[in-house]
Design a protein around this ligand. Structure first.
Ligand code: UD1
Ligand code: UDP
Length: 365
């Protein structure tokens, strides 16, 4: 039996192809939701839009400090794993849900003391090499306690080999985000005209997302980023639309940050967001998933961070790492607006979900 542990917006989206594959093949599996994300627009909307079965368990851990959140997930996941005894636990990405879920599973047993629960890490081997990011700590630790490392690309496999991880545990599968985009893009376009409903024309607006702790929890840094966004808006004369993550909304309010000129909207469902993203002229973001999706959708991207764990996007010409200064953001936007958009998608053929399931089934007989 497979346990799929997830807890945040990107995990629901990126696990959806695997969950579909489990459903289609009649796999014995269940979903354990940690409740790290819980607002309708960060959680339930994705289950509804992607037609996913309701989780069998929800730990309802909610928000808190890293230790509080990670600790609550660790204890809750251990309890459910002991009760249901899956033989494999799958986690995806780099959140506190991922580390805690993998850690609980790695010390658990299925059926008897001799049989340890196996851990599969989907999207293994990504590295920003910046240990100031909580996500980097989560990724590194999860990779080192996993039995199956589903690396999206050859570069992520290499990162794992460089850290001494046994090549026999590594499987290059592509990234399940390609599956999710391919499975939902047509549906997204049928769902209505999201850009039009916001008064936006294809290729005439810039999409913004921001939520990284290091960008939004610091007043000076967040105000500087906003000044950078406004200078891009002014120089290139394009509308700017910004679906705001709840963390960012909270901090904009707490710091009293000036956002005039930027169209702030609530977080969108995946189908609405995908449509808005696919018709944008440019994206300015600190999101991991948005960097990948822009690369897949031929939309130029500027990453408002000092590093990226998705260097493939930069290598193919789809993305530039701008730092977070207003000048850096403006310069990078200019560079990316003049980029030729015909690059190759480095993240695979959209069959990562199937491939992951085939590896698991092959290894378990
Ligand atoms: C988490 C992940 C991050 C991932 C992001 C995806 C960690 C360390 N961080 O960041 O890697 O990129 O999810 O979106 O795991 N909040 C709500 N409603 C919700 C969820 C959060 O209002 O449903 C607000 C709360 O004020 C909360 C804040 O957002 O304190 C931050 O939530 P948290 O889960 O701690 O981290 P994210 O910033 O969402
Ligand atoms: N996303 C969404 N609605 C939004 C913003 C993002 O559905 O308003 C999706 C986006 O398509 C991508 C994922 O959320 O698949 C990215 O999540 P996020 O940026 O929160 O986290 P990260 O990828 O940085 O971990």
């Amino acid at each position: 039996m497979i346990a799929v542990i997830l807890g945040t917006r990107p995990e629901i989206i990126k696990m959806s192809p695997l969950i579909r594959a489990c459903e289609e093949s009649g796999e014995d599996y269940f979903i354990l939701h940690t409740g790290q994300h819980y607002s309708y627009a960060m959680d339930r909307v994705f289950f509804e839009e992607l037609a996913l079965p309701a989780p069998a368990f929800n730990l309802d851990v909610g928000s808190g400090t890293h230790a509080v959140q990670t600790g609550a997930i660790l204890a809750g996941a251990e309890r459910i794993i002991a009760e249901r005894k899956p033989d494999v636990v799958l986690v995806q990405g780099d959140t506190n849900t991922v580390l805690a879920g993998a850690l609980a599973a790695s010390k658990s047993y299925t059926r008897g003391r001799g049989e340890q629960v196996l851990v599969g890490h989907v999207e293994a081997g990504l590295r920003s090499f910046d240990r100031k990011m909580p996500e980097e700590i989560n990724r590194v630790l999860t990779d080192h306690i996993s039995d199956f490392l589903f690396a999206p690309t050859a570069a992520s496999r290499k990162n794992l080999l460089n850290e001494g991880i046994d090549d026999r545990k590594i499987h290059i599968t592509g990234n399940t985000i390609v599956d999710a985009v391919r499975q939902n893009l047509a549906l997204a376009k049928e769902k209505g005209d999201t850009p039009g409903s916001l008064g936006l024309e294809r290729d005439e607006y810039i999409l913004v997302t921001l939520h990284r702790q290091e960008n939004v929890d610091d007043k000076a840094r967040l105000s500087g980023i906003m000044r950078g966004l406004m200078s891009v808006r002014k120089k290139f004369g394009m509308e700017m639309v910004f679906p705001v993550h709840p963390r960012t909304e909270k901090m904009i309010r707490a710091f009293g940050i000036d956002t005039r000129g930027i169209r702030l909207v609530p977080p969108l469902g995946f189908l609405e967001f995908l449509q808005l993203e696919s018709e944008a002229r440019l994206a300015l973001t600190d999101s991991g998933g948005v960097q990948e999706e822009c690369c897949i959708l031929s939309v130029p991207c500027v990453t408002i961070r000092d590093s990226t764990e998705r260097p493939e996007t930069v290598d193919v010409g789809a993305n530039t790492v701008a730092g977070f200064s207003p000048q850096g953001i403006l310069a990078a936007a200019g560079t990316m607006l003049s980029r030729d958009r015909r690059w190759e998608n480095p993240f695979g053929d959209g069959r990562a979900g199937e491939r992951i399931l085939a590896v698991l089934n092959g290894s378990r007989g």
